[in-house]
Design a binder for this molecule. Structure first.
Ligand code: ZN
Length: 262
């Protein structure tokens, strides 16, 4: 018997794939496309940071934009397109942004500059943002930021029950009931069943530069028919990305960290 409730009502058999923080890592992105193609996904959402850190920005931007139904910009996209706020990045990230700026096609820069700012409500009870619903550049790392984010979600998007965010490169899911006092950490990976009365903040992890100690590419699948969310991890040819980075003259530590998942 299917359960009644919000997730049942919003859509029939809707499968949403969510990707984030691709960071110009084409070998990782291609593995994710393969998995998404096999899953017969209805909608693909992207939470930004298409470029930065790795060596294939043009292809990643073109492929992501041709497939996503909804997207928001990330801080690296904004910085590469405008060269604003570079002081917020560490020296290696800054160098990669300058490399991106010098090497991408003019059309890619235009497309990066046109990416919409989050948060965006995308229908089916879902909101997407890069950092938090309050601020696209803020990291959702601690309990108080998670609770502030739920408060913002309930106030600004009363119809929404799932808010996806990226930026930290760490998979995470937290649950809170509207009107509730505290948020609960639900998951740092794997699959869980959605509680029909609760709202969720979910980070699908990073496709192109995971930072949770697991170097496999990460993305998410929300299934409103089965009422489940699943964090998917996939191995890819890390060496291929490292070779591309080396040939491009990008900082060595950016290639090394891929193998460690940090
Ligand atoms: Zn990122």
């Amino acid at each position: 018997m299917p359960r009644e409730g919000f997730y049942r009502r919003v859509a029939m058999a809707m499968v949403l794939a969510v990707i984030s923080d691709i960071h110009a890592n084409l070998p990782a992105l291609r593995v994710v496309w393969q998995a998404i193609d096999e899953l017969s996904v209805d909608k693909l959402l992207c939470l930004g940071d298409l470029v930065g850190y790795n060596a294939r920005p043009d292809a990643c931007v073109a492929e992501v934009l041709s497939r996503t139904s909804h997207i928001v910009r990330g801080n690296h996209d904004k910085a590469a397109a405008t060269l604003e706020s570079l002081e917020w990045f560490n020296s290696v990230a800054r160098e990669a942004i300058r490399w991106t700026r010098r090497h991408v096609e003019p059309a890619t820069l235009r497309r990066l500059a046109e990416l919409p700012k989050g948060p965006q409500e995308v229908g089916d009870g879902v909101v997407i943002c890069h950092g938090t619903p309050m601020d696209e550049d803020r990291y959702m790392m601690d309990e108080s930021t998670i609770e502030e984010s739920f408060g913002c979600l309930f106030r600004s998007f009363p119809a929404a029950r799932v808010c996806f965010s990226g930026h930290t490169h760490v998979p995470m899911a937290a649950r809170m009931t509207p009107g509730g006092a505290t948020a609960t950490l639900v998951s740092r990976g794997g699959e869980f069943l959605l509680d029909k009365d609760a709202a969720y903040l979910i980070n699908p992890g990073s496709v192109g530069q995971p930072r949770d100690g697991n170097p496999m590419a990460s993305f998410g699948i929300l299934d409103t028919e089965r009422q489940t969310y699943r964090n998917v991890r996939l191995p890819y040819e890390i060496r291929e990305t490292q070779t591309q980075n080396k040939a491009a003259g990008l900082p060595q530590e950016l290639a090394e960290r891929l193998a460690e998942g940090w």
